[in-house]
Write a new protein. Structure first.
Length: 209
């Protein structure tokens, strides 16, 4: 059964508060999202497997613990998920990166796919799906559906801010997926935006409307 993790680290909470501020510039918003993703990465990679290996220091041979492998894939949901990629790649630079393109139909609020490109060996990788916002849950569910159709099995979802409605939808559709979030907000408004939220993450990352 997948678990819900809400990070209470002071730096994550502080930087998340800063991206909520409507006066935060595009440049600062972009840098903060990258920094939050990297800080979250320290936590959601905590259970990566280690093995004992022997190395030689300048003084002696010794046994140390290193990652068993680097079989990780990060899959941002376009376009806002791209803002989280670089922060995580700084921690795991050998991770493969896939992309899933979805947009929300303004009338139905349902996700529409327009692009999906995943690593060929997705079935043997721990996949971290990235999207700053978990609102209705539709995009997250669809993205994970696509990954499972391609053979992905070990999947986690990582976002900055989530609404209770989105969490419930994602947990119901994919009960095996762990969810990592920086903040759980109050609710969705009539336009399916997270309240208090931070507005449209993609627009704020790229300066569009």
């Amino acid at each position: 059964m997948g678990k819900l993790y809400i990070f209470d680290h002071p730096l994550i909470q502080h930087k998340t508060a800063m991206i909520r501020d409507k006066n935060t510039t595009v440049k600062d918003f972009r840098e903060l999202v990258k920094e939050i993703a990297m800080l979250m990465g320290y936590e959601f990679t905590r259970d990566l497997p280690l093995e004992e290996v022997e190395i030689e220091t300048p003084l002696a041979r010794t046994k140390v613990r290193m990652l068993t492998s680097m079989d990780i894939a990060i899959v941002p949901i376009l376009r806002a998920g791209l803002g989280m990629v670089d922060g995580i790649l700084e921690l795991v630079p050998n991770a493969k990166v896939g992309h899933i393109g979805l947009y929300r139909d303004p009338e139905t609020h349902l996700p529409v796919e327009y692009y999906c490109k995943l690593p060929a060996d997705i079935e043997r990788r721990h996949v971290f799906v990235l999207d700053p916002m978990l609102a209705t849950g539709g995009s997250a569910v669809s993205a994970i559906d696509f990954i499972k159709e391609k053979g992905g099995r070990n999947i986690s979802f990582v976002c900055l801010i989530a609404a209770p409605e989105g969490i419930e939808v994602l947990q119901k559709a994919h009960p095996d997926v762990d969810i990592f979030i920086a903040a759980k907000d109050s609710h969705l408004n009539e336009h399916k935006y997270i309240v208090p939220g931070l507005g449209d993450a993609g627009d704020r990352l790229y300066g569009t409307k």
